[in-house]
Structures are given as C-alpha cells and as structure tokens.
Write a protein that binds this ligand. Structure first.
Ligand code: CAA
Length: 257
C-alpha cells in the first residue's frame, strides 16, 4: 500500500485508514481508490475490527478525484476504466465507517465523506463539489447523496456554483455529526469508533444496513426490512448477553455470535 496506510488497533477493535498523498492534497487517483477498496475489504473480513475510520491529514481529507490523471481522458476511456465500480465496492462495506475530516473535502473527497456512515470534522473542514468549475459535474454520488443530506436548495447552490461550505454550515445542514477543534478531530472519531466497537457487531451490521435501506426503499419496504433484521438478531448470543447484562445490571460483552 503506497497511498493508503492501515493503522489497526486490535486491542480496541478499530482501525484507521489514512489517505496518504499529502503533496497532492490526497487527490483520489485510481491507485489510491483501489488501495482504499482493498484496505476496507481486508478490515471488513477481520473479526478483530468492528469499526473503521477513514481520514486524511489536517490540511486535506481529499481534494477530489485526481484532475491530472483525468485531464486527457475520453468518454470511452472513462467508461472502460469504470473507476466508480471501486466506489460501489466501498459502499458495500458492512462495518461502520467514520470519516474524520479536516481541511478540504472536495469533489470526490466530499463524496467519499458522504459514503461513510458518520462524519467528524475539524473546525477547518471545508466541503464542496467544485466539479462544475472544471466543466464537469459530480460523478461519485455528489448530486444524489448531497441532495439527500442537505436538501435541494443548498445542494443546487453547491453543485451549480462549486462554492464550498465550512464545518458550521455542514453541521447546520446535517452533513456531519460533530465539529471539534483541529487538534482533536481524529481523537473524537476514535472515541466514537471505540464506543461502537463495544456493541454487538451483528446488531451494528444489521442496523447499518437498515438505516441505509431508508435511502432506497419505500417506507413499507424499509419497515419490513428493519423488522426482519430485528427478528434475526434474536438468533444471536449477543442478544441474550445484551438483555441478560441489562437485567443483571452489568456491562455486556458482545462476541459477535
Ligand atoms: N487533482 C490533482 N491534483 C490536485 C488536486 C486534484 N483534485 N487538488 C490539488 N491538487 C494538487 C495541486 O495541483 C498542487 O500540486 P502542484 O504543487 O504539483 O501544483 C497540490 O495539490 C497543492 O494544491 P494547490 O497548490 O492548488 O493548493 P491550494 O491551497 O492553493 O488550493 C484547493 C487548494 C482549493 C483544494 C485546490 O487545490 C483545488 O481547487 N483543487 C481541486 C479541487 C477540485 O476541483 N476537486 C474536484 C475534482 S473532480 C472530482 O472529484 C470528480 C468526482 O466527482 C469523482
């Protein structure tokens, strides 16, 4: 791995994937995205890991797809390379993913943050979909996920002008979960990851699936999906343990069984 560093913490059951092209503001070239996909697949299959954090550095989470790599491409090149199949694979990650964002989260960087399940941002975070200024438009979900997250008016403004929004506005419009001083944004994401890692990984997995279902199902379909997942969890030892621990007034220990 050259452009993505994996920093697992087995004892605490979480791992950090760090985007690592700092000189290019973590521009998302094909290799980086493939490494990110491979890293996520590895962690998704590892029972020691229960929550994943994707981060960059203080200056940039990611400044978007690599413009220099795309500059000379034709439509047919883009079709053949099919870079977004990597994004589809990332979307299928079963474990929860937290984006820890500082600095620029632009274009594909903003789309990557939105692909994560929660976003912790530093006070310096800036979100934007500036593709329009390059004569193109968002291609990794920006028009869809941003609109669902912040509503039509702000999504239109961001997508049609390329204007950035700061962390406060992103919080105000529900794009992110929390803003913290820049020194703490990763620590805050780790605190959240550790909290999730102590819960039943089976319940977490099905709960994530169920929340995501709300974005592409009718209310009826979503409720049925939720109910089946809820019933299914009663087949787990974690359900017995969680409820017994409550009744016995002790801390539950979930083993993902
Ligand atoms: N692709 C390739 N290189 C990039 C890049 C990108 N998306 N963003 C920044 N870089 C490179 C710059 O070219 C520069 O490299 P050089 O020193 O070799 O010139 C280096 O990173 C540092 O960047 P700047 O000197 O520009 O830094 P700045 O502080 O002056 O500006 C910035 C920061 C406002 C983020 C500016 O770099 C910028 O506007 N970047 C592009 C943002 C963008 O348009 N993103 C959308 C990309 S398209 C996309 O993402 C499609 C999609 O939907 C998947």
């Amino acid at each position: 791995m050259q452009f993505v560093l994996i920093e697992p913490n087995i004892a605490e059951n979480y791992a950090i994937l760090r985007l690592n092209r700092p000189r290019e503001l973590n521009a998302l070239n094909l290799q980086l995205m493939q490494e990110l996909r491979a890293g996520l697949q590895l962690l998704d299959a590892d029972d020691n890991i229960r929550c994943i954090i994707i981060t960059g550095n203080e200056r940039a989470f990611a400044a978007g797809a690599d413009i220099k790599q795309m500059q000379e491409r034709t439509a047919i090149d883009m079709l053949k390379i099919d870079q977004f199949s990597t994004w589809d694979a990332i979307r299928k990650t079963k474990k929860p993913i937290i984006a820890a964002v500082s600095g620029f989260a632009l274009g594909g960087g903003c789309e990557l943050a939105m692909l994560c399940d929660m976003v912790i941002a530093s006070e310096t975070a800036m979100f934007g979909q500036p593709e329009i200024k390059l004569g193109v438009m968002p291609g990794a979900g920006g028009t869809q996920r941003l609109t669902r997250a912040v509503g039509k008016a702000l999504a239109m403004e961001m997508v049609l002008t390329g204007r950035f929004i700061d962390a406060n506005k992103a919080y105000q419009f529900g794009l992110i979960n929390k803003i913290v001083p820049v020194e703490y944004y990763l620590q805050e994401a780790i605190t959240l990851a550790k909290e999730i890692a102590q819960l039943s990984p089976l319940a977490i997995r099905l709960a994530k699936e169920s929340v995501n279902k709300a974005f592409d199902a009718t209310l009826n379909e979503g409720l049925e999906f939720e109910r089946k997942n809820f019933y299914m969890l009663f087949a787990s030892q974690d359900q017995k343990e969680g409820m017994a621990a409550f009744v016995e007034k002790r801390t539950a220990h979930f083993e993902g069984k």
